[in-house]
Design a protein around this ligand. Structure first.
Ligand code: 13P
Ligand code: SF4
Length: 310
């Protein structure tokens, strides 16, 4: 059985398997640790294993390499990208930044290593509001690349950050129409949304937060029904932790009750096995990119610890 072969190889190589909540169920089942981007970054930074297999997307594996550069970071499929990271090419951002020479750059972790190296502070959906709120009030800020998360942070903190015009194609495509239809069918359900959703969808949510925060909310809330405006993979943990609760994912259209990130689903058990066996594909980054990108990531970790977020 493939699962046992992966576990044997993992033990032989003393490797660590990390998985994001949007990975397919079988990968989440086999992982040593499953989490949101913030928790995964922390776990990767603290890891002592020489080999770390990152079951997530490319920017997450790159982040692990920046935070723990001496380790071998493997990604089962190098094509596992992110439309949000792609929406902000570093050279275009560098040109944009020139128009705001006195601004501090806060970048969402869903961006390339090169983009991180152009930033002053990195945040995730799990700490964006608190980190921005903790910055001096008079500081002028550019927020990139997610305009939806940026607008949400502006609304929550009363800031007027300049926003880069990027989105996640998975969350941004969700429409209020389908949230409303589910609300009509299940008037007793709580609506839970990821902050990468558009403003009108977030306005319908009872709770907005990172994947880990959504899981915590569902665990602690007394309601028996939840409407989830996020990626379908999150349902694996939600159902596992709350077998007596009912979940309805906001669909993309009338044809399927799902909302999948194709990039997250590029990783499979087969590719995970091959990747452990051959110790590739591996993440490589130029030393100077690691050095530059480390600064805003280290600041994120430091601020998150002092604000007791992690
Ligand atoms: P989280 O940090 O909330 O897990 O989100 C990562 C992501 O890519 C959401 O689309
Ligand atoms: Fe990127 Fe969106 Fe996929 Fe998250 S769900 S990895 S933001 S494309």
């Amino acid at each position: 059985m493939l699962k046992n072969k992966i576990l044997e190889l993992k033990a032989q190589k003393s490797a660590l398997i990390l998985a994001h909540y949007y990975q397919e169920d079988a990968i989440q089942e086999i992982a040593d640790f499953t989490g949101d981007s913030l928790a995964l970054s922390k776990r990767a930074q603290e890891a002592e294993n020489d080999v770390i297999v990152f079951c997530g997307v490319h920017f997450m594996a790159e982040t692990a390499k920046i935070l723990n550069p001496t380790k071998k970071i493997l990604l089962p499929d190098l094509e596992a990208g992110c439309s949000l990271a792609d929406s902000c090419p570093a050279d275009a951002f560098a040109a944009f930044k020139k128009d705001y020479p006195d601004h501090f750059v806060v970048s969402y972790i869903n961006c390339t290593a090169e983009m991180k190296s152009l930033s002053d502070l990195i945040c995730t959906s799990g700490n964006a509001v608190q980190l921005v709120d903790a910055l001096p009030k008079e500081l002028k800020i550019i927020f990139a690349p997610d305009k939806n998360l940026g607008a949400y942070v502006n609304q929550q903190t009363g800031r007027e950050m300049v926003l880069w015009n990027g989105t996640c194609h998975v969350h941004d495509q969700l429409k209020t129409q389908f949230v409303m239809e589910l609300k009509m069918k299940h008037p007793d359900a709580q609506v839970v949304a990821h902050p990468e959703c558009s403003g009108p969808v977030l306005a319908l949510a009872d709770f907005t937060g990172s994947t880990a925060a959504m899981l915590k909310f569902v665990r602690q809330n007394e309601s028996k029904k939840f409407i989830i405006a996020s990626e379908t993979g999150i349902l694996y943990q939600m159902k596992k932790e709350n077998p007596a609760k009912e979940f309805h994912i906001v669909p993309v259209d009338e044809t399927c009750a799902c909302n999948d990130c194709m990039y997250m689903k590029y990783n499979t058990l087969e590719k995970l096995y091959d990747c452990l066996l051959n110790e590739k594909p591996q993440i490589f980054l130029p030393k100077n990119t690691i050095a530059k990108a480390q600064k805003p990531l280290d600041l994120m970790m430091k601020m998150s610890k002092s604000l007791k977020i992690i």
